[in-house]
Design a protein around this ligand. Structure first.
Ligand SMILES: Cc1ncc(COP(=O)(O)O)c(C=O)c1O
Length: 426
């Protein structure tokens, strides 16, 4: 019987050594992907910055990898900032996103010298401008825009339509007022704009549409407000194939069209080219990770379906129950056996919706088999919850046959840490 190997490591052995559920990340693949985006983008345009979107997966070791590959970082909370600072990340290369940054978040970001504040709305602009003035600290700012386009993706991960909680809409005079305020504020340096059209986009149509909208806006602001755009951040969102039959995006084509469009919108309108920033998360982390589970109960409901329950589920991967995300899997310890049954891989949480994979084609699983689910490197560990008081799984970083634990499995004591019971209740 042959077993699955991932970045040189026998997967069944990893499950035995570190326990299950287990997140396994390939260092080789993470580095390869970071380099591929950087190359594809910087070969085509002279002034670029590639950020990794930390929301996809951001333990400290990942921050250290991003730092060693020379990428910048997209952060959205004080927690992500703290994580980055803890590994000595060069914070001038961090971009601070989010639609509701608190005064504490902004203070921390200024204290550690975050490079860009991606201001989401008027309220945040006023707060940041007054805080910066009080501290006499200059802050470099981009405005997040909602350019009114919709990416072809699940509606929960569309983020650039007008009726959206993110960004400044282009309707009315609100944005122009914000530009005026920012350019007059003594400690605010407005550099340009940001949009993120959505996540898991398998084609670049929405980016191109958004760029056209931005081209017109940049021209108007230059002519009517005297504002020259120096930096344009086009967000993340490059999709990956999850389900059967989906294909990899052609990264060179995907990014090539974006760069060509950016160049064209500038030359057609007689504008200088701004610095271009991109911030993929999923494309880098997703395919670099797998999750291992141990099979427990196998329950056949005659004529209906067979449920194969594993020792994790929506607590370690909420995506299938959140937006019907699809995944593929294998039995890592039985790769040679014919995949002659169709089963439903169910999680162990107390929700009927906790189904990881609906119609998985596998050899009929038995208790103790190891299920390896592919492409779980992004938005799994980072979205994990403590539902049902399941302990958060460990994360192992593998490379060329060596495995290192980068996040320990939570212990039972970790689960109750920080909790107290008023004496009269004991
Ligand atoms: C502002 C911003 N940038 C980048 C990303 C990363 O997106 P993805 O992981 O799809 O590349 C997101 C994801 O939600 C985002 O909101």
């Amino acid at each position: 019987m042959s077993g699955m190997v991932f970045d040189g490591c026998d997967v069944t052995e990893l499950a035995e050594r570190f326990g299950t559920p287990l997140y396994v990340m390939s260092e080789t693949e993470l580095r390869r992907r970071m380099r591929a985006v950087k190359r594809a983008f910087s070969e085509r345009y002279e002034d670029v910055e590639v950020l990794y979107a930390g929301k996809a997966f951001l333990p400290r070791a990942m921050c250290a990898l991003v730092k060693s590959e020379g990428l910048g970082l997209d952060v959205v909370s004080s927690g992500e900032i703290h994580t980055a600072v803890s590994v000595g990340f060069p914070m001038e290369r961090a971009y601070f996103h989010g639609n509701n940054k608190t005064a504490e978040d902004l203070t921390m970001a200024m204290d550690v010298g975050v490079g860009r504040f991606v201001v989401d709305n008027r309220d945040e602009l006023d707060l940041l401008a007054s805080m910066a003035e009080e501290r006499k600290t200059e802050v470099s700012v981009l405005f997040r825009l909602a350019p009114g386009v919709s990416g072809d993706t699940h509606r929960y991960i569309q983020t650039a339509h007008t009726d959206c909680k993110f960004g400044m809409p282009l309707l009315g005079e609100g944005l122009r007022d914000c530009v005026d305020t920012a350019t007059k504020a003594p400690y605010v340096k407005l550099l340009g704009f940001h949009f993120h059209v959505g996540s898991q986009l398998m084609e670049n149509r929405a980016y191109l549409e958004a760029l056209e909208v931005l081209g017109d806006l940049m021209k108007t602001l230059r002519e009517e407000n005297g504002f020259e755009t120096k930096e344009l951040n086009i967000g993340g969102g490059i999709g990956i194939p999850y389900g059967k039959g989906q294909r990899e995006v052609d990264l060179d084509f995907f990014l090539g069209c974006i760069v060509e469009t950016a160049e064209r919108i500038c030359s057609e309108r007689g504008m200088a080219r701004p610095r271009l920033v991109i911030e993929p998360g999923r494309w880098i982390a997703g395919p670099s990770g797998i999750t291992l589970y141990r099979v427990g109960t196998v329950k056949e409901i005659p004529g209906i379906r067979t449920y194969v329950s594993v020792d994790g589920g929506m607590a370690d991967n909420p995506r299938p129950s959140l937006y019907q995300a699809e995944y593929r899997c294998v039995l890592a310890n039985r790769l040679d056996d014919p995949a002659d049954s169709v089963v439903t891989v169910a999680g162990r949480c107390c929700e009927s919706g906790d189904i990881l994979i609906k119609d998985a084609e596998l050899p009929l699983p038995e208790r103790g088999d190891v299920v390896a689910v592919f492409d779980t490197g992004a938005y799994n560990f980072s979205m994990a919850s403590g539902y049902n008081r399941l302990r958060r799984p460990a994360v192992v970083l593998v490379k060329d046959g060596e495995a290192r634990c980068i996040v320990e499995r939570q212990s039972f004591d970790d689960l109750i840490k920080g909790e107290s019971v008023p004496e009269d209740l004991l």
